[in-house]
Design a protein around this ligand. Structure first.
Ligand SMILES: C[S@@+](CC[C@H](N)C(=O)[O-])C[C@H]1O[C@@H](n2cnc3c(N)ncnc32)[C@H](O)[C@@H]1O
Length: 337
C-alpha cells in the first residue's frame, strides 16, 4: 500500500462480517456446541451428529476454529472453547444461544431487507408488532425460543438491576412485559423481603409459571395477565419496563409511561431499561443498530437516548430522573413518583 493512503481493512472486515456472523449463527442453530459439550469429536463424527453434508464441513468447522469458537487438537479432534462451552451449549443454564437461533432463522434474513426498509420506512417482518407477538405465541416452539431469547438478552442487565437499584427502600414490584420472568427472578433472589411479579400477554402465563417454579419462587412472584393497550397496569412500589418502549412509536411510548405512572404507588419508582443510544450518537453503534432492527421488525418502534427517555418520563409526571449504566450494553433510567 502507498504510504499515506488509508487502509481498506476495516471496510473489508465489516463488509465481509456477515459471513463470520452466519457461520456462528448456523453453528448455534445446528447444535455444534451442544454436541461438543458431550465429547470431543473428529470431523466425520461431528458431521454425522449435526446432520451435515460432507462438502462444506471441513471449512465450516475450521472457520469456527479460526474464529475462536472451537479448538482442533493435533489428532483432529474438535472441542469447544471455554466461552462457547459456557454460553452456547443448550444443556447449560448459562445458554444464551436462543437469541441467536432466532437471529439465524429470522433476524438474519430480515436484515437482508434493510435497503427496502430504509427506502420505504416500512417494517419487513410481514406483520405489525402487535400481531407479531400473537403470531409468535401461536406456535409453542416459537414461543419457547422467544422467551428463552429474551432471558438470554436480559439476564446480565437483570442481575445488575438487582444489585444497583436500592430495593431495600421498597416492598413490591412488577415487571411489565416480563416474558418468562427473568428480571423478577433475579430481583427476588437478591432481595428476600420483596414480593412481586410479571405482567404480560396471557399466552406467557405457563412459561412464567414454569420458570418461577424451577427457581422455587412461586410463593413470592405472580403472573398478571393483560394487554397493556386495553388495561391499566398492576400497582406496585417499583414498576419496570424492560426493552418495551423501543418496540413502539412515540405516542405509544408516552401512553405506556402514563400508565406506568398511574400504577406506581406514591413514593415509588419506575425503572426503564434498554440499550440506550449514546447522547453524541457517534461513540457506539450498538444502540443505533438496535434501532434499525426496530425499523425492520415494527411499524413505529425506535431506540432512544437517556435524555429522550428522561424527557418523556418527566412529561408523564416522574421526578428525580437519573440514568445508570448496567452490565452489557444496557442502561436504566430511574424516575420517582
Ligand atoms: C422485547 S420483549 C421484552 C421482555 C423482557 N422485558 C426483557 O427485557 O427481556 C417484549 C415483551 O412485551 C410483551 N408484550 C408485547 N405486547 C404486549 C401487550 N400488548 N401487553 C402486554 N405485554 C406485551 C411481549 O409478550 C414480550 O414479553
Amino acid at each position: 500500500m502507498l504510504a499515506g493512503t488509508p487502509s481498506p481493512n476495516r471496510i473489508l472486515e465489516i463488509g465481509c462480517g456477515f459471513r463470520a456472523s452466519k457461520v456462528l449463527l448456523s453453528a448455534i442453530e445446528l447444535g455444534v456446541f451442544t454436541v461438543l459439550a458431550e465429547q470431543s469429536l473428529d470431523a466425520a463424527a461431528l458431521m454425522r451428529q449435526t446432520g451435515l453434508h460432507e462438502r462444506g464441513v471441513r471449512d465450516f468447522f475450521d472457520s469456527l476454529v479460526a474464529l475462536g469458537f472451537l479448538r482442533r487438537s493435533e489428532n483432529g479432534l474438535y472441542s469447544n472453547t471455554p466461552e462457547a462451552d459456557f454460553y452456547l451449549d443448550r444443556g447449560k443454564p448459562t445458554y444464551i444461544g436462543a437469541l441467536f437461533e432466532q437471529y439465524s432463522t429470522i433476524g438474519y434474513g430480515l436484515w437482508n431487507l434493510l435497503t427496502q426498509a430504509l427506502q420505504t420506512g416500512l417494517p419487513q417482518i410481514g406483520v405489525a408488532a402487535e400481531s407479531h407477538f400473537a403470531h409468535t405465541y401461536a406456535d409453542p416452539a416459537r414461543l419457547r425460543t422467544f422467551v428463552k431469547s429474551m432471558t438470554a438478552v436480559s439476564l446480565r442487565a437483570a442481575k445488575s438491576i438487582a444489585v444497583q437499584f436500592p430495593w431495600r427502600d421498597y416492598r413490591t414490584f412488577i415487571d411489565i412485559g416480563t416474558a418468562e420472568g427473568c428480571l423478577p427472578v433475579e430481583v427476588a433472589i437478591a432481595h428476600p423481603h420483596l414480593r412481586g411479579g410479571g405482567y404480560d400477554l396471557p399466552q406467557l402465563r405457563d412459561s412464567f409459571a414454569a420458570y418461577i417454579h424451577e427457581r422455587g419462587l412461586s410463593d413470592r412472584l405472580h403472573f398478571h395477565s393483560g394487554n397493556f393497550f386495553e388495561t391499566t397496569l398492576p400497582a406496585a412500589d417499583v414498576v419496570v419496563l424492560g426493552n418495551i418502549l423501543h418496540l413502539w412509536d412515540l405516542d405509544t411510548k408516552r401512553m405506556l409511561l402514563g400508565k406506568a405512572y398511574d400504577s406506581v404507588n406514591e413514593g415509588g419508582a419506575l425503572i426503564v431499561y434498554e440499550t440506550l443510544i449514546p447522547e453524541d450518537r457517534r461513540s457506539n453503534a450498538v444502540g443505533m443498530l438496535a434501532s434499525l432492527n426496530m425499523l425492520l421488525w415494527t411499524a413505529g418502534g425506535f431506540d432512544f437516548s437517556g435524555t429522550d427517555c428522561a424527557g418523556w418520563m418527566r412529561g408523564a409526571g416522574f421526578r428525580e430522573i437519573r440514568v445508570e449504566s448496567l452490565a452489557a450494553e444496557e442502561s436504566m433510567v430511574i424516575g420517582k413518583k
